[in-house]
Write a protein that binds this ligand. Structure first.
Ligand SMILES: Cc1cc2nc3c(=O)[nH]c(=O)nc-3n(C[C@H](O)[C@H](O)[C@H](O)COP(=O)(O)OP(=O)(O)OC[C@H]3O[C@@H](n4cnc5c(N)ncnc54)[C@H](O)[C@@H]3O)c2cc1C
Length: 416
């Protein structure tokens, strides 16, 4: 299916009845070379890069609901590579580079908008920490600018600067950071994977993983057993439940993270802005709604819904930064289940079970990782060992003490 100007015009003139489904609905085969569990951004990207980069097309993505029904369609759409530690900066910078070429690569408009991500500093110590992080980013090839208070005032006029509860001292700006339309990412990767021969199996829940003599043999699903030489888990917030089916206990906790959207207004905020004195971040969608979020709910849960204490917390932070937004009505709120790792960094790698691969631990920020996660996971599956970019994200780092601790597990607004 092509989205040329001609196709748009032709379908507009015929009541838009000529569009066809953009991916097939195949029946599961008895056996695949590789099964990817989870039809979110990471699972779909993995299948696409397996086919594109490694020529592995005998692949099924097995999804319990519909494609994109998980966190990939629930997040606040922010992309960036503003990390301090080399493992993270290199990986997320590669992701940002893949985002920059993604729409051409998969021939799909994902509305990649490099509008800039601005982290606010409210103390001298925080400004120093941001200067250090900006330098680390530049060394790793990412862009970073330390802004003065006056530069921020000019850039974000509605920000409370003068009588603010938390005065703004400086800000770290990554101009290449921004937002991407999240569900378009799922659809774009799904279509591109399907075109390369990948089977996308929706409404097909994995309920067991068959392991014999230390090697994976396939998955039990609600549509029957499906055999496979390799099984790759990309189930995000449900990773610990799925891995448990193979007898693996993961260093993860599942928590709900919520997002909020206000009524639509004229353009008032050009960048993504994060608060440095609390857990809050905000941007304005192309439809005009302000999109914002905060911290996870501290109560571990698999329930995909919001809770009132988080509303109070997020609104309080919003008012501290943008008092004028108190006049807006907020329209919608929803939750997604996050796979929180114990050092705030992801896990992409092999497992002690032959043929079983693991991709999880995305905490607050797995959306921006989607292209690099899929790319690195596909490499790891194809070669049987990690790429240099994800070598540090191995599962056994929690046992060996090689954690990659950005302090991402706590209240760090900069980590969205
Ligand atoms: C409110 C909110 C805001 C966020 N904001 C940002 C942000 O601004 N920037 C950012 O980078 N990240 C953000 N994130 C995080 C990001 O969305 C996730 O880290 C990322 O989407 C996880 O990867 P995924 O897309 O593959 O997950 P998902 O889309 O959740 O995919 C996992 C899939 O696995 C499926 N599945 C689970 N169990 C099974 C099973 N047994 N059998 C078959 N299928 C199964 C699920 O149905 C799901 O579709 C946010 C998340 C939330 C909830």
């Amino acid at each position: 299916m092509s989205y040329s100007a001609f196709a748009l015009l032709k379908n507009a003139l015929s009541g838009n009845r000529g569009w066809k489904p953009v991916w097939r609905e195949p029946e599961p085969k008895a056996h695949y070379d590789t099964i990817v569990v989870g039809g979110g951004g990471h699972g779909l990207a993995t299948a696409y890069y397996l086919a594109k980069e490694h020529g592995i097309t005998d692949v099924a993505v097995v999804e319990k609901g519909y494609l994109g029904s998980g966190n990939v369609g629930r997040n606040t759409t922010i992309i960036r590579s503003n990390y301090l530690l080399p493992d993270n900066t290199r990986f997320y910078e590669w992701s940002l580079k893949l985002w920059e070429g993604l729409e051409q690569d998969i021939n799909y408009n994902a509305m990649v908008s490099q509008r800039g991500v601005l982290n606010l500093a409210h103390t001298d110590a925080q400004r120093d920490a941001y200067a250090r992080r900006g330098n680390a980013m530049r060394i790793a090839g990412a862009d970073a600018d330390l802004l003065t208070r006056e530069e921020i005032r000019a850039m974000v006029p509605l920000l409370a600067m003068d009588d603010a509860r938390f005065p703004v001292k400086a800000g770290l700006l990554q101009r290449r950071g921004g937002t991407v339309r999240h569900d378009a990412v799922a659809w774009g990767y799904a279509r591109a994977a399907d075109q390369r021969g990948v089977d996308l199996l929706q409404n097909c829940e994995v309920i067991g993983i068959r392991v014999e003599n230390g090697a994976v043999k396939g998955v039990e699903t609600t549509r029957g057993f499906i055999g496979a030489r390799r099984v790759a888990l990309a189930a995000a917030g449900h990773s610990s439940r799925v891995a448990e089916m193979a007898g693996l206990r993961l260093p993860l906790e599942s928590h709900v993270l919520q997002a909020f959207v206000s009524e639509g207004v004229k353009p008032v905020l050009d960048q993504v802005v994060t608060f440095g004195a609390g857990h809050f971040y905000i941007s304005q969608s192309d439809k005009g709604g302000l999109v914002f979020g905060g911290d996870i709910d501290g109560y571990a849960s698999y329930a995909q819904r919001g809770s009132l204490p988080i509303v109070e917390d997020v609104m309080e932070c919003a008012m501290a930064l943008f008092p004028s937004f108190s006049r807006l009505r907020y329209l919608r709120q929803w939750g997604g289940v996050m796979d929180m790792s114990m050092d705030g960094s992801p896990i992409i790698g092999t497992t002690p079970i032959s043929g079983l691969f693991l991709n999880c631990g995305w905490c607050y920020g797995g959306f921006k990782a989607t292209p690099a996660s899929g790319w690195c996971f596909a490499w790891t599956i194809a070669k049987g060992e990690p790429h240099a970019l994800n070598a540090g994200f191995r599962l056994d780092r929690f046992a060996t003490g090689h954690v990659i601790d950005e302090k991402g597990a706590g209240a760090q607004a900069n980590l969205h």
